[in-house]
Design a protein around this ligand. Sequence first.
Ligand SMILES: *Cc1c(COP(=O)(O)O)cnc(C)c1O
Length: 375
Amino acid sequence: MNGIKMVDLKGQYLRIKNEIDAAIQNVLLDTDFIQGAQVKLFAEHLSAYHQGAHVIPCGNGTDALQITMMALELKPGDEVILPVHTYVATAEVIALLGLTPVFTEVDEETFNINPHQIKEKITAKTKAIVPVHLYGQCAEMTPILKIVKEYNLLVIEDLAQAIGAQYKFPTGESKKAGTIGHVGCTSFFPSKNLGAYGDGGAILTTDKTWADKMQMICNHGQRIKYHHDMIGVNSRLDTIQAAILNVKLKYLDDYTKRRNKVADFYDAHLKDVSFIKTPVRVSYSTHAFHQYTLRTVGIDRNHFKKYLEEKGVPTMIYYPVPLHLQKAYQRPGVGEGSFPVTEKLSKTVISLPIHTEMTEDELLYICHAIKNYHG
Ligand SMILES: *Cc1c(COP(=O)(O)O)cnc(C)c1O
């Protein structure tokens, strides 16, 4: 079979082409490219989607994290706890601001930060925890929120992969990813679940004072043009991207459903394959399935990847080198063996194609190819 893709942004675009083209055309005619009307509208729509949380659109998901940490006044030397199994952006902004990233092990089944190993990382300098809702499923927030309260810390959710996922508390109450902690940071990178046609990001918070400050920081620290009250950055969601996102946000829940259908199909067809484990679904969160990530057992993952490639099945490894072993983030005494679960995952995980446009024929073909692998 030809043409199976990890993501199919073109197919997705073609289904809503008329709406998107008109939205872009309108921005071109209005020429309000920076801080245009569509940006404000998108912030309102995304806020409504998140039960009225304040939304601060910005240039990308990495900036969302950075601006958040600036607004929360984290200072050089402060320690920030984050999972070691994540995308580099999470650690990058912490280091960039002179803060200390404190890596924490993840849970082998959920891929998310292990709440039971957080306390041992807390020192007098710890100021914040950044749980990442990896692959689209929320980290276990209930015990994290308990720790945060006990030690008076801030919690910044990285929901770049999990927009729309719903966290369920033991009380039965439920909240959307990004509105569980103090602040949520997300990305509209094209391949994300809510993807723009370029870079984009947003910050969510229910705190009005922080929201105002974040808004100023995004725009050179000014509220009134040429009056700079604080040091800021230039990080704005551009109007064309906002117009595109305004169209696509309407379809986000449908997109999430489509991703879940793909995941359900994989689950049903791959559950008895001896050399893989399908993703574990937790009771406390819905899954946005940004990625469908298998754990291989007892086979050479890279050989398996190559085999699938030869069959026309693209796959990806998220992430092949753990952060503590990356040149930029190495520290004395923290090497191979420091985070055995993450190191094992880096050698055994493999993500299958998952997107909104997948056909049953493609899924059948992929599952067939996997079942026919003989090491
Ligand atoms: C994509 C991503 C980011 C960064 O978003 P950008 O918009 O690419 O800057 C941060 N964290 C995680 C977990 C991501 O997947």
